[in-house]
Design a protein around this ligand. Sequence first.
Ligand SMILES: NC(=O)c1ccc[n+]([C@@H]2O[C@H](COP(=O)([O-])OP(=O)(O)OC[C@H]3O[C@@H](n4cnc5c(N)ncnc54)[C@H](O)[C@@H]3O)[C@@H](O)[C@H]2O)c1
Length: 426
Amino acid sequence: MSHATTTNTLRAGMVGMGMIFDETYRPFFEHTHANGLFDRRFGYVDVPLTAVASRTGSRADKYQAQAANRIAPFQSFRGDDSVEKLLRSGVEFACVATPDDRHFDAAKQVLSAGVHLLIEKPSVLSLVQLDELQALARQHNVLAKVVYHKLLDPDHKKLRTLVADNVLSHVNNGYASLLEPKSIGMGQFSEWVTGRNPGTYVAVHYIKLIDFTFGGRLKTVTATGQRGLVGPKDGSTWDSCQMRMIYEYDSGREAAFDIHTSWVTPDNFPGYVEQEVQFRFDNGVWNAHSRKRGVELTVEGETPLKRKTTINNHYNGTFLEPWGERSQRGYGIEVLDRFVREVAHVEFDGPAGDRNSRLATVRGLTYNDLAADRQTVAAVQALEAILDHQHRGQPDCVVRVNDPAGGLVLYRPGSNEPSVLYGPRL
Ligand SMILES: NC(=O)c1ccc[n+]([C@@H]2O[C@H](COP(=O)([O-])OP(=O)(O)OC[C@H]3O[C@@H](n4cnc5c(N)ncnc54)[C@H](O)[C@@H]3O)[C@@H](O)[C@H]2O)c1
């Protein structure tokens, strides 16, 4: 039988209808609404967005009204039990794109309903939460995956290829800087920004890049941050933060990485979301800068506020294709397409009796599986704990991984009493 003649369906649910839905999920679902998804191994798959859940439903209603025939009608659930209702409506996979401290509850419900899960970065904020989600995914025989689209950036793929092929050997140290404008920290995210920091939200892209590209064991995390713009100078809401991670490799040698983030850069800063990294190896240096990737655009009266000066056409751009078609494409959308293909592979790519072996294969993909997100979640949990102690008058704490006292252990200067953030070894 030819797989190509069958049509299967994967109904999708979306939890959270904010900025990232509009940027990446919307174009993905519109594209599959028009074209479906095809692979000769599993044939044609329809991927309708059938249900969405959000706090107020207002953006979902607006989108439904404006989208016309770009998307099929979907059910919109709002309020406290919106995720439960979405799951009861019947979906095969659900994407969670709520603010990062609200991922866990929604993700737990999705997996408990036996539905495949895709969750925005950072997956969750603690290792205990990660353990619970991993256990639920195993119990219900479904996938639990996280979106780190920067791993699909062609530049980062090249970096990893050079490392994997040992053209670049042993990373010694490096830095990454991500600067977002005030319109993000003080405008767009004002509903949930209280008590939050820009590190968890954006540094995590580079924590994952470092973890995935160079491997190794995370040993130590230190961090600090500044306040006074988004919230009070002694409060729990952070304008900017800086963290350092120390890794150790099988050779016994170490590397240190500094990651600086801010969401209070002036709105007219030409970089908009400015990203810069440098990694230094035994035999080389990798320098990457979002502003130097190639394009600086000036349009009178439009850049840099209405239109970005430094446009990342690789992440997600709207294009007039050479053949006349309008499109929206890039690695931010490709990463979602890839996940749905992984679900389709599990469900449709061979006899039902072999589903478990296909599931195991897809779970083995460490770029997006929750099981491979442990060190990234540990770094995020450490960052949050250190900032929390700083806010409570105990700055300069250090978190050690797989310490004699536990898996993730916080030490305060001047105190012999370790605080165990996570007991088991990572
Ligand atoms: N991949 C990226 O580069 C990227 C970029 C931006 C955001 N994100 C991630 O996407 C997630 C969402 O960010 P955003 O910028 O879209 O946020 P946003 O504030 O624009 O939107 C959040 C959405 O979640 C909904 N929501 C909030 N609480 C909810 C709940 N309890 N149940 C159901 N819905 C709820 C809100 O109604 C809203 O629709 C975050 O985890 C963020 O880190 C990723």
